[in-house]
Every structure is written in structure tokens, then in C-alpha cells.
Design a protein around this ligand. Structure first.
Ligand code: HEC
Length: 195
């Protein structure tokens, strides 16, 4: 390839594309290609978009940011402490005593809860649920609530994602039947005595 001394446009011999002058390393030269039109337009659109975005969200503030949107939706759904799963409507909480509900509750218990609380509720990783002591409250609504929110830092997840409200009510009702039973090897009481 000839070095250009006459300030004319140099072309690549092979492709005929324009060469960039002043760049030559180890005999390798760059082509002086324009950016593709679609790329340039995309770039211009991003700039227009960002100006519109700043205008809408920060100048005239006609649209809420995502975080605000989330808070609004949580408030609309009646979640009082965002970040926690929605509680079950307390008005709908009446302990279930019919046998089919308790049987369904026991089935869930054996499948999901037994590993940590043992079948009789005498406690293993989780506390003893048969004694008259409780960490999170003794009432049916307290039991429902702890199943809904869990105690993740102590090892019990929130069951809200895995169990329906209906299933939670049933398993909580089953838990209420454990109180006062005397399974073997009960775990020592934890928490406060129930009134
Ligand atoms: C991975 C182990 C684990 C599983 C599975 C588990 N729990 Fe727990 N559970 C715990 C632990 C640990 C605690 C104690 C939390 C604390 O100390 O705050 C607890 C606490 C509780 C309490 C409150 C006890 C109190 O003294 O206030 C109830 C009620 C309860 N679990 C019910 C259930 C039910 C119902 C299920 C099944 C849907 C279940 N648990 C599954 C570990 C588990």
C-alpha cells in the first residue's frame, strides 16, 4: 500500500473502503467508516428520551417513580408495613373446628412443618407448640400471623408464597389443637406464658 503524500483520500485495496490517516501500527491500518445510520439514530433517540424522562419525572413530576408507585400499590392493597407479606384480614379469622379442615391442616403440618416442630408439635428446630408458652403470641390470630410473616432470621420462612390463605387458616387451626397435648420428649418452653 502506498503512503499518501497528496492529501487525497486513501482507499483500502481489497474493499475500496476509506482508510483513516495517521493511524498505522505494525502495518495495520483502520478503515474510516461512518457509524451506521440506525446506530446514530438510536443514540439520538436515547438523548431525546433522557431529556423527556427528566422532564416528566423530575421537572413537572406528573408520573411517580417506581418506588412511589410500589408504595401506592402496597397502600391500596392494605399492606401496612411494606416489605412484609400481606396479612390475612383479621375479621376473617375464626379458628376452624370442623374435622375436614383440621384433617387438611394436619396434612399440611405433616408435609411442611413437621421437620422443624415434629409431628406432635413437641418442637425440634422450632419451638414446642403444645405447652402454654409462646414467642409470638398464643391467640389464633397470632399463630396465623407468624405463619404468614415467618421468622426468617430464626429459621422459619414466611409461608405466604407456598400456602394459600385458606391453607394457612387450616394449618393454624390444627396448631391450636396441639396446645395441651403431651407428646414425648417435649422441648423446654420458650417465650412468654400464655394468659
Ligand atoms: C425450617 C424449620 C421450620 C419449619 C419448616 C416450620 N417452622 Fe415454625 N418455627 C420455626 C422456628 C425456628 C420458630 C421460632 C421462631 C422464633 O424464635 O422467633 C418457629 C415458630 C413457629 C410458631 C410460633 C411459635 C411461638 O412460640 O410463638 C408457629 C405457630 C409455627 N412456627 C408454626 C409453623 C407451621 C404451621 C409450619 C408449617 C407451615 C412451620 N411452623 C414450619 C421453624 C420452622
Amino acid at each position: 500500500m502506498e503512503i499518501n503524500k497528496h492529501n487525497t483520500v486513501e482507499k483500502d485495496e481489497l474493499t475500496g473502503d476509506k482508510l483513516l490517516t495517521g493511524h498505522e501500527y505494525d502495518n495495520i491500518r483502520e478503515l474510516d467508516n461512518n457509524l451506521p445510520k440506525w446506530w446514530v439514530w438510536l443514540f439520538i433517540i436515547t438523548i431525546v428520551w433522557s431529556v423527556a424522562y427528566i422532564f416528566v419525572f423530575d421537572v413537572i413530576k406528573v408520573a411517580p417513580y417506581q418506588q412511589e408507585e410500589w408504595k401506592n400499590e402496597m397502600a391500596a392493597a392494605g399492606v401496612t408495613s411494606p416489605g412484609q407479606p400481606a396479612a390475612i384480614d383479621p375479621a376473617s379469622l375464626v379458628v376452624l373446628t370442623d374435622q375436614p379442615s383440621l384433617d387438611a391442616g394436619k396434612e399440611i403440618w405433616v408435609k411442611q412443618c413437621k421437620v422443624c416442630h415434629l409431628e406432635g408439635g413437641q418442637g425440634l428446630v422450632g419451638p414446642n407448640l403444645t405447652d402454654n408458652f409462646s414467642i409470638h403470641g398464643c391467640a389464633y390470630s397470632d399463630v396465623v400471623n407468624i405463619i404468614v410473616v415467618g421468622a426468617p432470621e430464626k429459621g422459619m420462612i414466611s409461608w405466604k408464597a407456598q400456602l394459600s390463605d385458606d391453607q394457612i387458616k387450616k394449618v393454624a387451626s390444627f396448631v391450636m389443637t396441639l396446645k395441651g397435648t403431651t407428646p414425648p420428649n417435649p422441648k423446654a418452653p420458650q417465650g412468654e406464658p400464655c394468659k
